[in-house]
Ligand binder design. Structure first.
Ligand code: HEC
Length: 140
């Protein structure tokens, strides 16, 4: 066995071991930084530089309807299927989680120090006004 083939086995083993859909543990701050970049590149053209809305609805602020999705998990399911509208479903799962973490944060809907991922998303209720919701940084 050469070093190269050993390295290949290790890499394959890692990829296989993670399995489909597995998401590596995220650092919340890194995820938000990634999400901001994804937003600027893939979403801002239609939704506005700061999510204020443009040709597509507002995603940040009092006119956004993200809370209508109920949980971060439902918002993820919707967004991954249909967005970006010009290339639906084309981004990596990690990018979808990151961009939604960024949008939730901007709306005051992301609990502090929380990485958005399949494990945390069902528990994140998108209601600024509910007692279980995230801190009320914006008015209800
Ligand atoms: C080519 C234009 C375009 C791009 C790019 C785009 N969107 Fe959209 N988006 C739309 C349109 C149009 C709608 C409204 C769809 C509808 O009402 O059926 C929408 C709706 C949405 C909604 C639902 C909003 C609501 O009020 O329910 C979310 C969430 C969303 N987009 C997220 C994203 C994210 C995240 C990105 C970037 C990864 C993105 N979009 C990129 C055009 C776009």
């Amino acid at each position: 066995m050469t070093y190269l083939s050993i390295a290949r086995c290790v890499v394959l083993g890692l990829v296989w071991g993670l399995g489909p859909g597995a998401v590596l543990a995220q650092d919340p701050a890194q995820q938000l930084a990634r999400g901001e970049k994804v937003y600027a590149r893939r979403c801002a053209a239609c939704h506005g530089a700061n999510g204020e809305g443009k040709t597509a609805p507002s995603l940040v602020g009092p006119h956004s309807h993200l809370s209508g999705y109920g949980t971060a998990e439902a918002l993820f399911d919707y967004t991954r299927r249909v967005m970006p509208a010009d290339r639906p479903g084309q981004m990596h799962e990690v990018q979808y989680w990151a961009v939604l973490a960024y949008l939730l944060k901007e709306n005051g809907l992301l609990p502090p120090d929380t990485a958005l991922e399949s494990a945390s998303a069902p528990r994140i209720v998108l209601d600024r006004c509910s007692p279980e919701g995230a801190p009320q940084e914006l008015p209800c």
